[in-house]
Write a protein that binds this ligand. Structure first.
Ligand SMILES: [Fe+2]
Length: 456
């Protein structure tokens, strides 16, 4: 690991080393001692960071950088377009806090920035591993890799294996954006559970580099049940609710949209009773009214909608027997179909299930009729072509990123073209102009499901 100590340390050490270049061994050893003392002094002034840094609400021109310190300090973020350049742009905040949140703006799209966090008085450090990349210009057709992970934060071996499989399989192109499908921190979404089961596990491999767009699950609401006002999830993460990442401003951190390259992402809250007590299936609610407006406004060719509770599943949950799942299917799906959503991603059920491209299947699982409900034009069973005449919606449950297993009565789901309830995994989606390639990467590194969509 390369560490750059800023300003005084670098200059002082350099001068000492220069002066001692031609001296004897004893003098050189003494010089090294002095340098190590300077390093220790510098580190002593560096605040003790106990969480992060992590990235939220990254857009094509801005990013929110957050971290937590042991003691209250002011905040400073330095950005460096190149690793070996000491001079960069700094943003400071004089409020003394332990939970730091700094917005950096005026950035270039699709650009890598090294960054450092600290205080106005401390020497801030930057590492070659600490960087982020801004989102592509909205509408740009540059390739985009999106990772969706569900029901993961339980500290299990499966969680670690799923993480490691993604690290390995994406070595040449790490995910550009990371979607969480809810139940992010077991068991009840407490701050310390996020620390233990999320930050401890993903900090170095993803959280400090990867743009995160999360959604909450029932376990994240925990004891608050459906009331979002005292839920750690909403305190820990910053969502782009003002339309700063594209889309219509939602005015709520519960639901929001993001334009990432040529992909429109919509995160919905299927657990909360919002804006006066409404759920995701209440179609006249503020959330769904915003959703309809946002979908109607979207001009990008690809649309992914994600929320925690699945409309179709026969895994550890049953979309025939659980009222909220039934109501989502009966009330919400017509809106998604009408606006030609490509993929709907969910978790909650600790399995993997991918449906055919569907339209009009709102009844129980046994009412599924391929002739009536499947809209597909295929080259082979897993290669779809979508023309102007219309398309179905592919629904994917990817809820085995930590928790895994379960089969409901009537398993397997009749509308599914692939399902797996025994192995954990998560979904990588590569968007390249008019083509999507999706792969379900399992905990053991194997790809057990893959499909592609080409838009003609
Ligand atoms: Fe859940």
């Amino acid at each position: 690991m390369v560490v750059i100590f800023y300003n005084e340390l670098t200059t002082q050490s350099y001068l000492i080393l220069k002066l001692c270049e031609k001296r004897n061994t004893m003098i050189r050893l003494a010089a090294l001692f002095v340098i190590s003392q300077i390093a220790c002094q510098s580190l002593a002034q560096t605040p003790n960071i106990i969480r992060g840094p992590y990235l939220n609400s990254v857009t094509s021109s801005s990013a929110v950088i957050r971290w937590r310190t042991e003691n209250p300090t002011d905040s400073k973020v330095s950005l460096h377009p190149e690793m070996n350049k000491v001079k960069g742009v700094s943003v400071t905040d004089s409020n003394l806090v332990t939970d730091h949140e700094v917005t950096v703006s005026g950035l270039k799209a699709n650009t890598k920035y090294y960054y450092a966090v600290g205080t106005t008085k401390s020497k801030v450090l930057t590492f070659e591993e600490q960087y982020f990349t801004t989102a592509p210009t909205i509408g740009s057709t540059s390739p985009v890799r999106i990772w969706a992970l569900g029901d993961f934060g339980d500290g299990s071996k499966n969680q670690l294996d799923c993480r490691d499989a993604i690290i390995q399989q994406t070595a040449s192109h790490r995910p550009d954006a990371w979607l969480w499908l809810g139940d992010n921190a077991y068991n009840i979404g407490l701050d310390e559970e996020y620390q233990r089961n999320v930050f401890r596990i993903y900090q170095e491999s993803f959280l400090r580099n990867t743009t995160l767009y999360p959604t909450p699950g029932n376990h994240d609401y925990g004891k608050a049940k459906r009331n979002p006002t005292d839920v750690s999830y909403f305190k820990i993460f910053t969502m782009p609710k003002e339309g700063e990442a594209g889309g219509i401003p939602s005015g709520s951190e519960s639901y929001y949209s993001v334009d990432y390259g040529n992909v429109h992402l919509i995160s919905l809250d299927s657990q909360g009773e919002l804006d006066g007590g409404f759920r995701i299936y209440d179609t006249l609610s503020k959330q769904v009214t915003w959703l309809k407006k946002d979908l109607a406004n979207n001009k990008l060719p690809w649309t992914i909608v994600y929320f925690h509770h699945p409309p179709y599943t026969k895994g550890s949950h049953d979309s025939d027997r659980e009222n909220e799942l039934v109501k989502i299917r009966e009330n919400l799906l017509t809106i998604l179909e009408r606006h030609k959503v490509d993929l709907v991603l969910a978790g909650h059920s600790h399995v993997y299930e991918r449906t055919h491209p569907l339209r009009g299947h709102y009844g129980a699982a046994n009412t599924f009729d391929a002739k009536k409900h499947v809209v597909e034009k295929t080259d082979s069973p897993n290669n779809y072509r979508v023309g102007k005449s219309g398309q179905g919606v592919i629904y994917i449950v990817s809820g085995s990123g930590g928790q895994v297993g379960g089969q409901a009565e009537g398993y397997p789901l009749r509308a599914a073209t692939y399902y797996n309830t025994t192995v954990g995994g998560s979904l990588i989606m590569d968007f390249n102009d008019n083509k999507l390639d999706a792969k379900w990467i399992c905990a053991d590194g194997q790809v057990r499901d893959q499909f592609s969509i080409i838009k003609e």
